[in-house]
Write a protein that binds this ligand. Sequence first.
Ligand code: NDP
Ligand code: 2IT
Length: 445
Amino acid sequence: MSYVDEIYLQVEKKDSHEPEFLQAVKEVLESLRPVIEANEDKYRAEGLLERMVEPERIVMFRVPWVDDNGKVQVNRGYRIQFNSAIGPYKGGLRFHPSVNLSILKFLAFEQTFKNSLSGLPIGGGKGGSDFDPKFKSDREVMAFCQSFMTELYKHIGANCDVPAGDIGVGAREIGYLYGQYKRITGLYEGVLTGKGLTYGGSLARKEATGYGLVYILDEMLKAAGKNIEDARVVISGSGNVAIYAAEKAMQMGAKVITLSDSNGYIYDENGINLDIVKEIKEVRRGRIKEYTAFSDTAKYVEGCKNIWQVPCDIALPCATQNEIDRESALKLIENGCYAVAEGANMPAELGAVDVFLESKILYMPSKAANAGGVSVSALEMSQNSERLSWSFEKVDEELKNIMSNIYRKTSEAAVKYGHEGNFVVGANIAGFEKVAEAMLAQGIC
Ligand code: NDP
Ligand code: 2IT
């Protein structure tokens, strides 16, 4: 049996109760086949894949806090330190009721290859909690964050593990978490990224994932002789990634016609007004449905799945994992969509990925497409180390270069292994090679 199949069967047996993790492992291992087959004896002798699919460490803990009614609440906290071969663990924290071990393991596994692909010296990690910040008061969120950090601080540090934001964790949460870390440890260090600009945050971190997504999309389109200008763009989500992807796409002349949240989506053929969206989502923490009160032409549709039925040229899924199933992928293509770039992590089910690859549309998978966020996080770590703050223009320029390098590495790896235009194969192989080399150099550990 091939080494790839053997390892996948082992993981399937051991982690059978972790569907998202299995999905991510399957996708990565399948596309690594050519490079594994070329080095099978060496990798097998070193147990490389066995080590790669097993997190170095998982921390799970109780997070007790008191709500506004004086009632004690208990959530579950996690940090997965997946792989430190090329640098300190790095990756976001997700606060969402759906959070469980399977989801965080898939995210941390993917993060390892994404971070490698970024070209920066960062390992892979992820964490979070099943806490739901939605409709909680600021005091409740603070109480939760302080309790969460009261355990997490033992396991992180500027040179060992540097968390950041993800779903449900933005500037407010990072602020409370940072304050508690500093208070407990007495250290003023770059232990978190996505910090506020007054206490060590980087300009352009807020924009980085969305902007980076559109920069790499633009590279992919240009290489295929296409242009983002005047394209109709369907974006899902209305959080950090979706808003700044929309902003950059609009700046580059595209028309963004949808945004969504977990209840439904808004649709306006004339293009969405982002100032209104920012006011609703960033200032008032409201729901996307409220947008229709400010617009005569926008429609609100309950439920988020049908967003992929909206005819478009380009689709940018920016909400969550598995938001596009096979049927939705087929619908997108039937309606003329010619490019998909993933802002969210693993937003397409395996069947949908197959549809994108078989139809030969331009398809940039998440670990390449959304790497701009963690890349600027790494630049924030550099700024913290040298105790300097770079200008917006400098960070943005670096981000453009990083996304351009990711595009080049991804497309070159695809060509090298005989899969020209298949950026799934390209991104997985390019990300894998550096981690593999570092692990082999460091011996069995
Ligand atoms: P936010 O919390 O800012 O926004 C999340 C958005 O997605 C909200 O609109 C939310 O709607 C929607 N959403 C969340 N869960 C679901 C669900 N189960 N079904 C439908 N919609 C849902 O998070 P981000 O914008 O930061 O993250 C979005 C995606 O991008 C995630 O996959 C994340 O892992 C990925 N990502 C984020 C990076 C970052 O720097 N922040 C970097 C790279 C990737 P609602 O309000 O109803 O929950
Ligand atoms: O999925 C991701 O890359 C993130 N949520 C960002 C991680 C980070 O450390 O900035």
